[in-house]
Design a protein around this ligand. Structure first.
Ligand SMILES: O=C(O)CCC(=O)C(=O)O
Ligand SMILES: [Fe+2]
Length: 352
């Protein structure tokens, strides 16, 4: 780990955004997973409000804390490997998002500036097929923890996201199990467990330095764990980015484009980005652990209003992953046009 590391991956630094009154922070509703499981009507209303208005909420009592901590440890063990070793497992440029992604291969703005984040992506299909391989192999650090860490993390995250999908299905008034049929765990999909590492900026903090450019998530539901600030949302009606403050013991959940499309735009897939952590946190490495639930590969996305879809989930995901790569960068206009986000209104709003 670098000398700038705080020595503990996934450790909450005791200088959260809230201590600085000048840091614009966006509050999220707090949803209690145990109350949702128990069918508590008020809690389900709160989830509905969060899912339709901002598309982001905090989740407490999710019961995945141990596995999340271990995923952070797995991230540290893997990212410490020599670059040459990690590159043997590179995800490549074809829109395939399983394996290792080095820093510097994504274009983060219309000028073609490059990103500074490393990803380790473990496919849900590979985790569930283990010790067989569904798609690809992984670094030895991942294999060593597949059984003890990755599989339990994937299974628990998957169960939580699927439970939410069923609750939202019922709130939408869809036939029982309609959304679940599009997210079958036994089918191959782009569902993935991701660990993200971003080094501290070498230059003094600047809002211009982007870790992850403005985007909406591609899939249906994201279950995110981070320990430092840096995640920002552009809330509906807001004219500036606001931080989402990490809260100990709380995950951050958000809706992605696929659920937005399947719900005819009722469930909100909100634009967000990641910049270096604010103030005193800026000198530390920033780590995140995420589980992304996506529709399975053969699902066809409906052409919905302004959305240019009508293709399979697999093809759509490939196109969107490819659109983030510097390799395909062909100037500002094409970057904006192919940025991926399908909603032109959002694209115009953030000047992507
Ligand atoms: O690292 C974070 O806090 C958010 C990451 C994110 O938005 C993503 O990977 O889609
Ligand atoms: Fe995201």
């Amino acid at each position: 780990m670098s000398s700038r590391s705080n020595g503990r991956v996934g450790w909450y630094i005791n200088t959260p955004c809230g201590r600085h009154d000048d840091i614009p922070t966006h509050p999220l509703l707090v949803v209690d997973y145990q109350l949702i499981r128990a069918g508590d009507k008020d809690e389900i209303s709160k989830l509905w409000k969060a899912a339709t208005e901002l598309g982001f909420w905090y989740l407490k009592n999710h019961g995945v804390d141990r596995e999340v901590d271990e995923m952070f440890e797995l991230g540290a063990e893997t990212m410490r490997l020599p670059l040459e070793e990690k590159m043997k497992y590179e995800e490549g440029d074809d829109g395939f998002s399983f394996g290792y992604k080095p820093a510097g291969v994504n274009a983060v703005d219309d000028k073609g500036s490059t990103d500074a984040t490393e990803f380790l992506n473990v496919s849900k299909d590979d985790a569930l097929a283990w010790p067989k391989q569904a798609h690809r192999s992984y670094p030895s650090t991942v294999n060593a923890r597949m059984q003890s860490t990755v599989i339990p993390f994937v299974q628990k995250s998957l169960a939580i996201n699927h439970f939410f999908i069923d609750v939202l299905n019922n709130q939408l008034g869809l036939p029982e199990g309609a959304l679940a049929k599009l997210h079958r765990a036994e089918e191959h999909s782009g569902c993935v467990a991701r660990i993200i590492k971003a080094d501290p900026p070498l230059v003094p903090f600047s809002e211009e330095k982007i870790h992850l450019s403005a985007h909406t998530d591609f899939g249906s539901l994201s279950f995110l764990h981070n320990r430092l600030g840096g995640l920002q949302v552009l809330a509906p009606g807001a004219d500036r980015w606001q931080y989402v403050k990490p809260l100990p013991g709380h995950a951050i959940c958000n809706i992605g484009d696929s659920l937005n499309i399947f719900s005819g735009g009722i469930l909100r897939s909100n634009i967000h980005r990641v910049i270096p952590p604010p103030k005193d946190q800026a000198k530390f490495e920033r780590w995140s652990v995420i589980y992304f639930t996506r529709p399975h590969n053969s699902v066809e996305l409906p052409p919905a209003g302004k959305f240019d879809t009508g293709i399979t989930e697999e093809a759509w995901l490939e196109r969107r992953v490819r659109s983030t790569k510097l390799l395909y960068y062909k100037g500002a206009e094409s970057w904006i046009a192919y940025r991926g986000t399908e909603d032109p209104e959002l694209t115009a709003r953030v000047g992507m």
